[in-house]
Design a protein around this ligand. Structure first.
Ligand code: SF4
Length: 906
């Protein structure tokens, strides 16, 4: 229990997902010592999920921080500490030289939906206003750009029309391409509440995979990958046929319906059933529930967006809302859930290659003129910038010579990692502006700039329901870390001086609020007008939804209530969508569909969550989930290592059998990159083909082959104390093993856990290197057992009478129970007989607790299963084990275990 006195409490928002939960940061004056949900924040009313509730554990993490600028004088050398002046002057020199010689399009900026709106605004102005290129894009391109193009194509503006309160007000919830229970847990808590309050609420979930979200649905449509448009068109077909459309709404508020009606005639449920792989009757049911409901709300996310036809998937779904009039009313509307905490803010300031501030379009000359006037520059360049994938392709070709990467990790998160790594290698100068000095991308940095982290800087963020929160700095940034906007402004001043432009005039900001005020002015008269907002108002009245124009008394809860849309004629436009298959098809060589997605307790590329031991306890390391029949066909058993190949790369991971998958499909989580496993992570396999309009790549689908990868030599290493620091030291070695994964285990004093499999025994020098990096060389403190005939060896490091380190080779079955005992500080005495004998089994009375299901209360699956076998239901489990009583993120899984227990008992 934390007994540190709390001396201040600052309001902020969670740094993880687009739900945008309000957080109260507790500090002791200099350190963040705790977090709690902000009971006054309208996004979460005090609730946090497992990730949000452990934000303080990330903030406590000092070992991984970048603390001062580091500069590499030439490739191949290591980076050396530099002063800020020296670092930014050097960067300005390099950028200015490249711009003078090759033009402004020879540089690119790749930024992030994790930045605050003020950071984003400054970067956008730096690139488009000072440098004169539109080569600025963001990792939101991987996440939300199809939602943007979908909204704009149909409703006329990039604005989610609904709000979280609509979940409680709806009669039919249509969830497509979203495992809300895992990806947006606090939204899912609202869904659970709505179901309790309204037993008639219908929930339909469209997802190729069975998930904790689909299990709670009244109807699950497990469509084949990429067939969403066919499904939505077929639902419209049924609604047309059965007279479920709102003809008055169509006539009064929309255009383009006749063309769409002609198209959907080809999409009968019977025809589409074969395309989507779901029964025609289920398509009819979904259409009826959607159309007949007094109010239908759609929630959707990456399953629609991360597709080579992502725009069509979005517009086909919005078509259903326009055709039924389920929009602009309580409980109704197409509501895109944003992935990142401030993807919305980035969209608002136009921080992407094809956008301009305040939802203006780069392609629109009038919009370019408006921004040039606002910024006081002659013009904004008209040439579209390179989007995320295009930017790295251009760098790989040598066209983009300098890359500035802020607050994101493209060497983990972009598809087709082979190409991305080649681009980072090829670029002449790579700047990485980061909190964490040990990301995959930071390894490529010629200049590493230390950025202030969550809780250390001020600004605003916007969540999925258009709600802006003022986040406050709770503590000072450590070392020489600076806020992202401030770094960009300092660089702009220095670069401007070298390019003969006045950076100081363009970037006069003295604080984040000055940046916000300029951004606010850019929205005047636009659909997202926030001229009525200020930091002071956000502090006094709390987070507000845009638009909030000058003179308004409150924000706007719901858009388009009057049926007038921000289009030239005020009408929403139906999109004439047609189904097209995924960009890559399966064939005899690559017969399986690979789907990727998020886990409950990890976030993005683990640059934050990877430092928190308890966030590994739900899922320790990545596995490929497959249908049991597909595994049997390949001679695979659960836990076997498999080699997964796509047309772009390959990866070794263990496999598991899962009845969540249909035959022919496989799933792997997106989080683990090359700092946590050998190989380049799942994005070694994924495709960089993208949607023609949104330029969002098809991360949700790749064709793969899977084969058994028998690696006969196994090793497990566990090391207690300073686990994060030791993990950071060992990570660069992972690439030297055929298979390796590293992670953490435990809570108070975590254990580093390293698992290795290799084709041949590791050479002695590599074993010695591992021992050296993990401080396991003191022979006087090591107990050993060797059985050369069986190839089994044990090394146990004893410190102060406790087991501090273990290295097992040959036989590693003891790994699970040992790591748990080590995390609890087990003495050597009860383990002495195990160490000195050929036994793999634990001493009597001990054994693995299994996987932790309830992370808040540290309750494992074995505990829950034991209670369920005695007949415990959810209330009984909550009363006895307390699981699911804190953040609630584990409740769907507990319900699943109870249902399974009942089935087994029956
Ligand atoms: Fe953070 Fe969880 Fe809320 Fe998302 S749902 S903002 S991760 S606490």
């Amino acid at each position: 229990m934390n007994t540190t006195p709390i001396t201040s409490l600052k309001k902020s928002a969670c740094a993880y997902c687009g739900v945008g939960c309000g957080v109260l940061i507790e500090t002791d004056g200099s350190r963040i010592v705790g977090v709690r949900g902000d009971a006054e924040h309208p996004a979460n009313f005090g609730r946090l999920c497992t990730k949000g509730a452990t934000l303080n554990l990330v903030a406590e993490q000092a070992e991984s921080r970048a603390l001062y600028p580091e500069l590499r004088s030439q490739r191949g050398d290591s980076r050396q500490r530099a002063s800020w002046d020296g670092a930014l002057d050097h960067a300005a020199e390099r950028f200015a030289a490249i711009i003078r010689e090759h033009g402004p399009d020879a540089v690119g900026f790749y930024i992030s939906g994790q930045l605050l709106t003020e950071d984003y605004y400054v970067f956008n102005k730096l690139v488009k206003g000072l440098i004169g290129t539109n080569n600025v894009d963001t990792n939101s391109r991987l996440c939300m750009s199809s939602a943007v193009t979908g909204y704009k194509a149909t409703l006329g503006a990039d604005a989610p029309p609904a709000c979280y309160d609509d979940i409680a007000a709806t009669d039919c919830l249509f969830i497509a391409g979203s495992n809300t229970a895992y990806a947006h847990p606090i939204v899912y808590r609202r869904i659970e509440d709505a179901r309790k309050a309204n037993p008639n609420l219908k929930v339909i979930v469209v997802d190729p995979r069975r998930t904790d979200t689909t299990r709670e649905a009244d109807l699950h449509l497990p469509i084949l990958p990429g067939t969403d448009v066919a499904l939505f068109n077929a639902m419209l077909y049924v609604m047309l046929w059965e007279g479920l459309l709102d003809q008055d709404y169509i006539a009064a508020h929309t255009s383009g319906f006749d063309e769409l009606r002609a198209t959907v005639r080809e999409y009968s449920p019977e025809t589409v059933a074969a395309v989507c792989g779901v029964p025609a009757a289920d398509i009819v049911t979904a259409a009826r529930w959607f159309g007949q409901s007094p109010a239908t709300l759609s929630l959707y996310c990456q399953g629609l967006n991360q597709s080579s036809h992502g725009t069509d998937k979005n517009t086909a779904l919005i078509n259903l809302h326009l055709a039924t009039g389920h929009i602009g009313r309580p409980g109704a509307g197409p509501f895109s859930l944003t992935g990142q905490p401030n993807a919305m803010g980035g969209r608002e300031v136009g921080g992407m290659a094809n956008l301009l501030s305040a939802h203006r379009d780069l392609a629109n000359p009038a919009h370019r003129d408006e921004i040039a006037r606002l910024w006081g520059i002659a013009s904004v360049p008209a040439t579209p910038g390179k989007t995320a994938v295009e930017m790295f392709e251009a760098a790989a070709r040598g066209e983009i010579k300098a890359l500035w990467i802020a607050c994101t990790n493209p060497a983990q998160s972009l598809p087709n990692q082979t190409l991305v790594r080649a681009a980072l290698q090829q670029a002449e100068f790579v700047v990485v502006q980061e909190v964490n000095a040990y990301t995959e991308t930071a390894e490529y940095a010629d200049l590493l700039l230390p950025a202030a982290a969550w809780g250390e800087k001020e600004g605003t963020v916007t969540n999925s329901e258009r709600r802006i929160t003022h986040v406050q700095a709770a503590i000072s940034a450590p070392g020489e870390c600076r806020p992202d906007w401030e770094i960009a402004v300092d660089f702009a001043h220095r670069l401007g001086a070298r390019l003969g432009k006045s950076g100081a005039t363009l970037f006069p900001y003295v604080n984040a609020e000055a940046v916000f005020n300029e951004h606010r002015e850019s929205t005047r008269g636009r659909d997202l007008d926030i001229t009525g907002l200020s930091y002071a108002l956000l502090d006094t009245c709390g987070p507000q939804q845009w638009p909030y124009p000058e003179g308004a008394q409150s924000g706007t809860v719901r858009l388009y209530e009057n049926g007038i849309f921000p289009t030239a004629d005020g009408r929403a436009r139906f999109a004439n969508t047609r189904y097209l298959p995924t960009a890559e098809t399966t064939d005899a060589r690559y017969p399986l569909h690979l789907n990727t997605g998020r886990l409950r307790d990890q976030w993005h590329g683990m640059s934050r969550t990877g430092m928190v031991a308890r966030l590994y306890s739900h899922v320790e390391s990545p596995v490929l989930s497959m249908h049991a029949d597909d595994m049997a066909r390949r001679g695979l058993k659960p836990g076997d290592l498999a080699r997964i190949k796509s047309r772009r790369g390959e990866l070794l991971v263990p496999v598991e059998a899962s009845d969540d998958m249909r035959i022919g499909q496989a799933f792997m989580p997106m989080h683990w990159g090359s700092r946590y496993i050998s190989g380049l992570g799942v994005n070694a396999l994924t495709m960089d083909q993208f949607d023609a309009v949104s330029k969002q790549p098809e991360l949700k689908h790749a064709a793969i082959q899977v084969e058994k990868a028998p690696l006969p030599w196994h090793m497990a290493v566990m090391r207690r104390d300073h686990a994060v620091a030791r993990m950071l030291r060992i990570q660069p070695l992972l690439a030297r093993f055929d298979y390796a994964s590293c992670g953490l285990y435990g809570r108070q004093n975590p254990v580093l856990v390293l698992r290795i499999a290799h084709a041949v025994p590791l050479p002695a020098d590599l074993l010695a290197e591992i021992d050296r990096l993990l401080d396991m060389r003191d022979e006087t403190s090591i107990m050993r057992y060797d059985d050369p005939k069986r190839g089994v060896a044990k090394r146990v490091l004893v410190e102060n009478g406790c087991v501090a380190g273990v290295r097992l080779t040959g036989e590693i079955a003891a790994r699970d129970w040992l790591k748990e005992m080590m995390a609890e500080g087990v003495q050597i005495a009860p383990l002495r007989s195990w160490v000195l004998a050929p036994l793999a089994t634990p001493p009597s009375g001990s054994g693995s607790r299994g996987r932790i299901v309830c992370n808040c209360l540290n309750v494992s699956d074995t505990q829950i299963a034991a209670a369920v076998s005695q007949g415990a239901d959810l209330p009984a489990l909550q009363a006895t084990l307390k699981c699911g009583t804190e953040c609630g993120s584990c409740v769907p899984e507990i319900k699943r275990m109870i249902a399974m227990g009942k089935r087994e008992a029956a």
